[in-house]
Design a protein around this ligand. Structure first.
Ligand code: ZN
Ligand code: ZN
Length: 407
């Protein structure tokens, strides 16, 4: 007979955890047992807490119901890049690394823009990213594909209970601004307002520009759900793939890599090996040929006066990169030479015996006294025939197994 009191306590425990998760949807700092206890717990997926994340993905299926229109899909693509810039140019290059300066009002505006990306709050993002730089590809790294595998680094780590709280002690420079802490704590406010605004824009277009053929629900599914889900996975490619795919220019302590493909998806974040070598620069593409749209956008913003003090890559780091490229090209040339040498040797092994045989034949023939025309019919004899005659009368220089008499 099951113990009814233990069933009841298990049920009430689950109910309490579900209640805590629901509160967490809106107040990310709510931690009855203390945030430190949660942060030091083993990795475990918190399904209740992840329901909004699952709804975000499920919402993409809404396009089956509404279909598509060029305006809705075009908006989704444009909104992807506008908010990718928010992640890379704001959450990453400002809040995480402070690679440029802005005013307090400008900082708040940037935090609001960053919030539209629906990737928790700016302090949470900066805390986790700084932690990644401190522990890249070691056991402490929350999203190293080498330690935890591809899928955990891509999506699993963000569902783990221990990774939800923000460690404010690691972002003291940001935590001293209460307006930023507020946005970080209630990190669903900006995303909900963003979704409502996109739906509202669709409603306006549907009512006032019906010739465009776009509806408010199309705008919501495409412009918010599909665009935001793609944005999450595009950003996550840096966590999962930028330590697996591409070239390593700098011998950093981690396995970060440079990839043009990832740079195009993420507006310049694909130059991840560069970034791990020198994270304080505003640009991740260190050289002119390394496309870095985030840097171009930040440069444009600096002309408006919203931001300033963009930090360059030090000349010593650029020189180091050039030396590394030179050494890599020399090593590649040497590998090619060795390969080419092998080919020549193989070819020589086939050619030399034949060439040697021909040389000996020539030497043999040279020893033959060609009869003069005055000597009569012998002048018409084949040279090889003469060589055989000579062999019968004299000792030839060497036997030639591969030399056959002409027919
Ligand atoms: Zn990295
Ligand atoms: Zn970084």
């Amino acid at each position: 007979m099951p113990d009814t009191s233990s069933i009841s306590s298990r049920f009430s425990g689950r109910l309490r955890r579900a209640g805590v998760a629901v509160v967490h949807w809106f107040d990310t700092d709510y931690a009855p047992g203390g945030a430190e206890k949660i942060r030091t717990a083993p990795d475990k997926v918190d399904w209740m807490r992840c329901i909004p994340f699952l709804i975000l993905h499920a919402g993409c299926l809404g396009v089956i119901w509404t279909g598509w229109s060029p305006v809705a899909v075009g908006f989704a693509v444009a909104f992807y890049f506008v908010r990718m810039f928010a992640v890379t140019g704001i959450y990453h290059r400002y809040f995480s690394h402070k690679t440029y300066t802005t005013s307090r009002a400008g900082q708040f505006f940037l935090a609001l823009w960053g919030g539209t990306a629906v990737q928790p709050g700016p302090l949470w993002w900066a805390y986790h990213h700084r932690h990644h730089h401190q522990h890249s590809d070691d056991e402490e790294d929350a999203h190293s594909p080498h330690v935890h595998g591809f899928w955990w680094s891509h999506i699993g780590w963000i569902t783990s209970r221990r990774n939800f709280p923000t460690d404010y002690s690691k972002v003291r420079d940001l935590a001293k601004f209460p307006e930023l802490v507020l946005l970080n704590r209630f990190d669903t406010i900006v995303p909900i307002l963003t979704g409502v605004a996109v739906w509202g824009l669709g409603w306006l277009l549907e009512v006032h520009a019906p010739q465009l053929g776009v509806t408010k629900w199309q705008m919501l599914w495409w412009g918010f759900f599909v665009s935001t889900t793609a944005l999450f996975h595009g950003t996550s490619c840096i966590n999962s793939m930028a330590h697996l795919m591409g070239r390593r220019r700098f011998e950093t302590a981690d396995d970060s890599r440079n990839s043009l493909v990832l740079a195009l998806i993420t507006l310049g974040e694909g130059w991840h090996n560069n970034h791990h070598r020198y994270m304080s620069s505003t640009r991740n593409g260190f050289y002119w040929w390394e496309i870095d749209p985030t840097y171009y956008g930040l440069k444009l913003l600096s002309w408006t006066g919203l931001i300033w003090g963009l930090k360059p890559v030090p000349q010593a780091v650029l020189d180091e990169g050039q030396r590394a490229e030179h050494a890599a090209s020399v090593a590649a040339a040497q590998r090619a030479a060795v390969h080419h040498g092998d080919y020549s040797y193989a070819t020589l092994k086939r050619v030399v015996p034949t060439a040697a045989a021909l040389a000996v034949a020539t030497a043999t023939a040279a020893q033959i006294t060609i009869p003069k025309k005055a000597d009569g019919p012998a002048v018409h004899k084949d040279v090889t025939e003469l060589a055989h005659e000579l062999a019968q009368n004299q000792s030839p220089p060497a036997p030639l197994p591969s030399l056959r008499a002409a027919p």
